[in-house]
Design a protein around this ligand. Structure first.
Ligand SMILES: [Zn+2]
Length: 164
C-alpha cells in the first residue's frame, strides 16, 4: 500500500504530483506557494522562474507585490507611492486599483476601512496619493492597503498620531 500523499502546509496541494509542475516539495510546502513568497522577498532566481510560469499560463492569478512607499509630509499627511510591475516583468501601465485607509484595533485584531479611493496608475505603473488620517482611538494603528483583483497588500503607517 502507498503511504498517504503529503500535502502543502499552506495550500494543501498534493506534493510531488507528476502532472503538476508547481507541486514540487519545498520542505513541506509546494513550489507554487514558496516560489511566490520568495519572489516577493526579492529572490532573483525565484522571481525569474515565477515570471516564466506566469507567462506559460501556470500561474494565471499571480500578481507580484507592488512597491508601496509611505512617507509623512510636514503637515502630518501620509504620502503614498505605489509602483506596479506586470507579472511578466515588464511595465504595467494604467492599472486600476483601490487604495484603502484602515484603522486596526490591535488588541482585538480587527481592521476597519476609514476611506477608500479607486486610482489609475500612470503609464509607468506608478500612482501617488496623499491622505490625512483622522486621529485614531487608543490602541489603534493606521494602515494603507492596496487592492488589485483578488489580492490585498497592507502596510502600517508609522508615526501616525493616536490618542495614546
Ligand atoms: Zn502550496
Amino acid at each position: 500500500m502507498n503511504p498517504p500523499s503529503e500535502t502543502c502546509n499552506i495550500c494543501r496541494r498534493i506534493l510531488d504530483c507528476e502532472n503538476d509542475p508547481l507541486s514540487t516539495d519545498c520542505g513541506g510546502d509546494c513550489w507554487g506557494c514558496i516560489g511566490e513568497i520568495e519572489a516577493d522577498m526579492g529572490c532573483e532566481y525565484s522571481l525569474r522562474k515565477v515570471r516564466e510560469e506566469y507567462s506559460s499560463g501556470l500561474r494565471p492569478d499571480w500578481i507580484p507585490s507592488p512597491n508601496v512607499v509611505l512617507t509623512q509630509s510636514g503637515s502630518g499627511a501620509t504620502h503614498i507611492l505605489v509602483e506596479f510591475v506586470h507579472p511578466s516583468g515588464g511595465v504595467w501601465p494604467e492599472v486600476e486599483f483601490t487604495l484603502s485607509f484602515d484603522s486596526k484595533d490591535v488588541p482585538k485584531n480587527q481592521s476597519k476601512t476609514i476611506e477608500s479611493v479607486v486610482l489609475v496608475a500612470d503609464r509607468g505603473g506608478a500612482a501617488q496619493y496623499e491622505y490625512s488620517f483622522p486621529k485614531l482611538k487608543r490602541n489603534n494603528t493606521a494602515w494603507v492597503s492596496v487592492e488589485l483583483q483578488s489580492m490585498t497588500w497592507s502596510k502600517p503607517v508609522l508615526g501616525c498620531d493616536t490618542d495614546a
